[in-house]
Structures are given as structure tokens and as C-alpha cells.
Design a protein around this ligand. Sequence first.
Ligand code: PXP
Length: 240
Amino acid sequence: MLTLGVNIDHVATIRQARRTIEPDPIAAAVLAELGGADGITVHLREDRRHIQDRDVRLLRETVRTHLNLEMAPTEEMVSIALEIKPDYVTLVPEKREEITTEGGLNILADRDRYSQIVDRLQNADIPVSWFIDSDRAQIEAAAQTKAKFIELHTGQYAEANGESEREKELKILAEGCEFALSLGLRVNAGHGLTYWNVYPVGCIAGMEELNIGHTIVSRAVLVGMERAVREMKLAMQGKL
Ligand code: PXP
């Protein structure tokens, strides 16, 4: 069955905008699970712009579904993962200046080092997923590292202009998924998925989990606004 990993990074983005204690991503994870999230995903970035080390530690203790730690394949992050032991790790490329993860990781660029990272994590019982574009060479390289999963980058699909381009990108994702499954990989997908474009991706045969963040946090802010204002009016009258 298709499952949903809820990425709560941008709850932390709102908190970090004021360097305060609210909203707490730990509370957001609990509520996401109550809403039916099958997993909680966080990206601990090198510059700690949203999720903090404290968040990952507390989530490890509080998440009741599974915790997927997205991280760059660096020594610092590998040692954090080995200490915290998330349920799985998704290895992503990371550039300081990007607004969000802009493309899949190029496994071929540093294949030997990346294979060693997979070995170290999986020897510690932390399955590894590679966040890659739907490209045969990358999928083959992912399988050669013996990683358990890939996460197909859905950014190009999400940004496609018009129906025919969207169909073309969807076909590329479906072909990548089929190829990866034939190599024994398990397949997730994510990035840029919204309430309006998610359905066809979820229909790809063999797709296991979709990791979705920004659109869910955006909607949470809007559907919660009316109640939040109502409660502030009560608080102003000493009635909350
Ligand atoms: N998957 C990966 C690997 C990501 O880096 C991100 C963004 O942090 C997501 C999924 C979620 O993307 P979005 O916030 O656009 O839903």
C-alpha cells in the first residue's frame, strides 16, 4: 500500500524565523501521525536552517511510525545518523545557497565513498535510500551500492508546463520505478508534490512511499488560521 512520509522541515522554518520555541516540530509530528502520517521525514541541513539536532533526537524518541532522516552524505551527518539511528536515511545532495534540494544526487560522481557510507549505515541496521533523478545510470549505481531504497526526484514532474510535458515526466518516473524494482530496489518519491499533482505519482505501480512537506505545511497554516485568530480574540479577553 502507498504510504505517506510527512516532511515537517517547514514547521521548523517558521520557528527559526524568530529563533523561538514555537511551532515545535515535535508537536507537529505527533499531530501528523494522528492525521494518518505513515512516517515523519526531516532534513538536517549542514547550515541548520530549519531542523536542529535537538529535533532529530527528540523525534527519535517520540515518533511512533518511522523516522526518515534526510541528510547529505558527509562525515558529520553519518556520525549523527549512527548515533541517533533513524529508521532509515535518505541521502540527498546539498548546496548551502539553494532554497531547497534542487536535483537528485549524482551517485556516479563519488561512487566509492558513497558505497562505503551505505555500508556503514546499513551495517548499523539503518537502511539507506538514494534521492536521485529517474535516470537508468543513477538507478543502477544505487543498486550497486546495495542501498535498499531509492527516492525518485519528482521536481521536474511538479514543475512541468502543460499536460504533455507532465505526461512525459510521469512516464520517466514510471519507467525509473519499474527499472529500480527489477534491480531489487524499493522505490519512494518526492519533492514538489502537491494536493493537485500527487495522484498520478501515487498510481505508479510499485511506488511505496511519497515524502511530502511544503504543500502540507502550507495547507496547515491556512486551514488553521481562522481558529488561531478566534483563539487570540479569546486570549485578549482573558477567556482562553
Ligand atoms: N524528498 C526529499 C529528498 C526532499 O529533499 C524534500 C524536500 O526537503 C522532499 C522530499 C519534500 O519536498 P516538498 O517539501 O517539496 O514536499
